[in-house]
Design a protein around this ligand. Sequence first.
Ligand SMILES: *[C@@H]1O[C@H](CO)[C@@H](O)[C@H](O)[C@H]1NC(C)=O
Ligand SMILES: *[C@@H]1O[C@H](CO)[C@@H](O)[C@H](O)[C@H]1NC(C)=O
Ligand SMILES: *[C@@H]1O[C@H](CO)[C@@H](O)[C@H](O)[C@H]1NC(C)=O
Ligand SMILES: *[C@@H]1O[C@H](CO)[C@@H](O)[C@H](O)[C@H]1NC(C)=O
Ligand SMILES: *[C@@H]1O[C@H](CO)[C@@H](O)[C@H](O)[C@H]1NC(C)=O
Ligand SMILES: *[C@@H]1O[C@H](CO)[C@@H](O)[C@H](O)[C@H]1NC(C)=O
Ligand SMILES: CC(=O)N[C@H]1CO[C@H](CO)[C@@H](O)[C@@H]1O
Length: 349
Amino acid sequence: MADADKPVATTSENVVQKPRRRGCVGHCVRFWWVYLIVLIVLVVILVPVILLVAVPKIAQSKLDEAELILDGITVTQTEAKRMTMAINSTIKSDGKVHATIEPFLGVMYLEDIPEHIPFASINFPETTSEALQTVNVTQTLDIKNVDALTTFNTWLLANETLRVTVFGETGIRVKGIARRYPVTFKKTISMPGLQMLKGTSVNETTINLDPQNNFNGTTWIPNRSLVSFELGNATFHNYLSGTEIGTVFIDNLFLRAGEVNKAKMRATIENQPVLDALGKSPACDKDNGWLNFEIRGKTVTNNGQDLAYFADALATDTQTIPIDIGGTIQRSLGITIPCGGLGGGDHSD
Ligand SMILES: *[C@@H]1O[C@H](CO)[C@@H](O)[C@H](O)[C@H]1NC(C)=O
Ligand SMILES: *[C@@H]1O[C@H](CO)[C@@H](O)[C@H](O)[C@H]1NC(C)=O
Ligand SMILES: *[C@@H]1O[C@H](CO)[C@@H](O)[C@H](O)[C@H]1NC(C)=O
Ligand SMILES: *[C@@H]1O[C@H](CO)[C@@H](O)[C@H](O)[C@H]1NC(C)=O
Ligand SMILES: *[C@@H]1O[C@H](CO)[C@@H](O)[C@H](O)[C@H]1NC(C)=O
Ligand SMILES: *[C@@H]1O[C@H](CO)[C@@H](O)[C@H](O)[C@H]1NC(C)=O
Ligand SMILES: CC(=O)N[C@H]1CO[C@H](CO)[C@@H](O)[C@@H]1O
């Protein structure tokens, strides 16, 4: 029995081994449909995973990596509820993915105010993913939120730098794929502020003893920011040693970025406080007739409309402007005010 068993076992081993050695051929031929199903499943699952998950992820991350550079903003035709805003910008990317970003409505808000309330919405045109793409937009903007715009102007006026975010939902089309993918455009840019117009100076001054418009001069306003604005007619409270002594008027003011702005100014100033200050030290000796005046925004009107979003921003703080008032009086009236004054209190009239 034992002898008969062995060969049987050997044979049966051979029988079992034969099909295994032939590998997949017989099996594959017989089960081709299993492979087809696996292939279809792979195509059905993998392609969508690539198209629906991988490509949009890459598209979004490429968009996130791209840098938005602000070249300049110009605000003109300013009205109480409307303005024209021109923005020149550049989008910088590695240019490796060929894609088109659909036009979209982008809102702009101050990044460092948690509420992120938009002060402007801009229609961005279609852009491509070229390595360097200029995006220049000019459009009329309806002012939906005056408070938000005033806050933006206040920060722009006061701060050394401020961060503005442009945010919008849009779509991207990658070259070679028909599908459109939704993406989020969110870029934060840091821009220089006006630092309260620090460094503003006044010269080419004249003075007379009229009760109205008794001071004329030329004012030089530094820019520092990338934003140019059409303000229109601006008036300022004028203070000397903390007391209001008159009003400064600058008509047709247009603050241009990238240059020191020259503007004619006039003022109605009470003479007596000025003469009193000139007769005291340090104006009469050490400071050689120079006085520090302070101005603070009062009104801004353009073509008859009050522009609260500029006026309120300019009213938030004062700017100090040293003026050679002693020299102005000397040149205009031929009078020099010595220490102790002119010997009385009523020489102004
Ligand atoms: C934008 O670019 C145009 C064309 O070069 C130029 O005329 C305009 O002054 C620029 N505007 C701003 C806000 O930089
Ligand atoms: C956009 O404005 C910049 C100046 O900021 C200018 O150099 C460029 O030519 C403008 N591009 C277009 C397409 O107008
Ligand atoms: C910008 O200026 C405003 C108003 O003066 C101030 O409240 C704010 O903290 C400043 N923000 C930054 C980021 O400097
Ligand atoms: C007035 O000041 C400006 C700016 O500092 C200067 O360019 C100009 O020459 C000055 N004018 C006079 C008459 O000194
Ligand atoms: C200021 O200029 C105006 C207009 O040119 C002139 O009428 C006025 O007399 C001037 N005032 C002074 C103080 O020079
Ligand atoms: C500024 O005021 C002057 C005189 O009051 C006026 O003639 C002019 O139209 C005003 N300018 C603007 C831009 O409103
Ligand atoms: C104060 C300030 O930054 N002024 C700049 C205004 O723009 C001109 C021209 O670009 C610069 O030379 C000034 O330095």
